[in-house]
Ligand binder design. Sequence first.
Ligand code: SOE
Length: 408
Amino acid sequence: MAQPQQSEGADGAETGKPPLRVGMVGYAFMGAAHSQGWRTAGRVFDLPLSPALAVLCGRDATAVRAAADRHGWADTETDWRALVERDDVDLVDICTPGDSHAEIAVAALAAGKHVLCEKPLANTVAEAEAMVRAAEEAQEQGRLAMVGFNYRRIPATALARRMVAEGRIGTLRHVRVAYLQDWLVDPAFPLTWRLRREQAGSGSLGDLGAHIVDLAQYLAGEPLAGVSALTETFVRRRPLPTGPTSGLAAVDGVGATGTGQVTVDDAALFTGRFASGALASFEATRYATGRKNALRIELNGEHGSLAFDLERLNELSYHDGTEPGAHAGFRRILVTEPDHPYLDAWWPPGHGLGYEHTFVHQARDLVHAVADGRTPEPSFADGLQVQRVLAAVEESAEKNSLYTSIAT
Ligand code: SOE
C-alpha cells in the first residue's frame, strides 16, 4: 500500500514523517490503553513513521464517536469489515474479546494491513494457527503482525531479559511467577464476557496465565517443553448482567434476571519444565483477595537471581551470587537510567514510569519493525506457542495434572 509522504500525527501537528495510519477495533480498557500508546509514542520517541489515530471502530455509533473524541481518534466505523477495507488505514489494532481476534486479524492481513492483536492471540490453538498462516502469507507482501504482550515492555523486565542474555545469572534453574488479581472474590460480580468460554476462550488462564507464560519464556530465552496443571472454578454460577458492564472492580449492570453458568477457570496453577531442564511454577488467579494486579517473577540461575514485582515496576532486584558472601545479597536496581531499555526518551533518572507506558513502548517497537520490514516480537508465531502452552495446561488439568508435553 502506498503511504502518503507526510503525516499530521496523532494530534494534527505536522511531523514531516510518513504516517502509520491506525484503525483500532474496540475501545474498552485495552482500547483506551492502546489509544494512549499510539497517541504518545511519536511524541516521546523519535520514530521513523508517525502514528496517526485514524479510525476507531465499535458497534454502537454514538458510543464509538464519544470514545473517539475522548481518546483522540479522527474518524469512526461501526463495522470492522469496513474498517479493514479502508484505504486510509495502514495498521489494524485489535482490542476486542478473543472470539473475534482470528476473524478480524485474518481479514485485515488479507486486506493488506499490518496487525497488532491484543493477547491472548486467540481462543484456540486452531484459530491461532490460522492467524500464523495468514501472517506468514502477509509477510511475503511486506505486512507484519504482532501480538500485544505488553509486560515485555516494562523497562525493568526488558533489563532483566538483557541481564539474562548477558549471562549475569548463569544457567537458569528456576522461574517462579504469579499473576494475582481479586476482582472475582465477590460472588455477586456479574457474568461478564470474561467469564464465558465462547467469548474469552478461558478464564484466569488465558487472561493472566498468557501474560506470565510469555514473560517467563521471554526472560528465560527459551520455550516450555511441558506442564502439569490444576485449574478450578470456585463460583460456578453468577448473576446475569442486565446491561453493559465495565471494569474489573465494579459490580454494575446486575439485575434480578437470574444467574448463568461460569464456563471458564477462576484460577490456574501449573508447574513447567523448560527445554533446558530449568523448572518453573505459575499461578494465575482472580481470587487473591487484596491483590489487584500483582505480577511477580523471580529467576534463579547458577550465578545469581533476578526478581520483579509489577507493583514496584521501576525496580529490579538482583543478587550477584559471585560476590563474596559477607556483603552479597539482593540489591534494588532503580530502573530509571537513560541506558536502561526505553528510558533514554523519558524523564531524568529517578522519575519513574507506570502501566500505561508499556503500551507506548509497544507502539514504538511495532513502528520500528514496520519501518524496517522485520518480524515484530512477539510475533503471531510467538502468540501461537503461548496458546499451545495454555492448551497443554487445560489438557493436563483435565487429566488431574498429568505431565503434558507442548507441541512444537
Ligand atoms: C484483566 O484481568 C486485565 O485487564 C488483563 O486482561 C490485562 O491483560 C492485564 O494487563 C490487566 O488485567
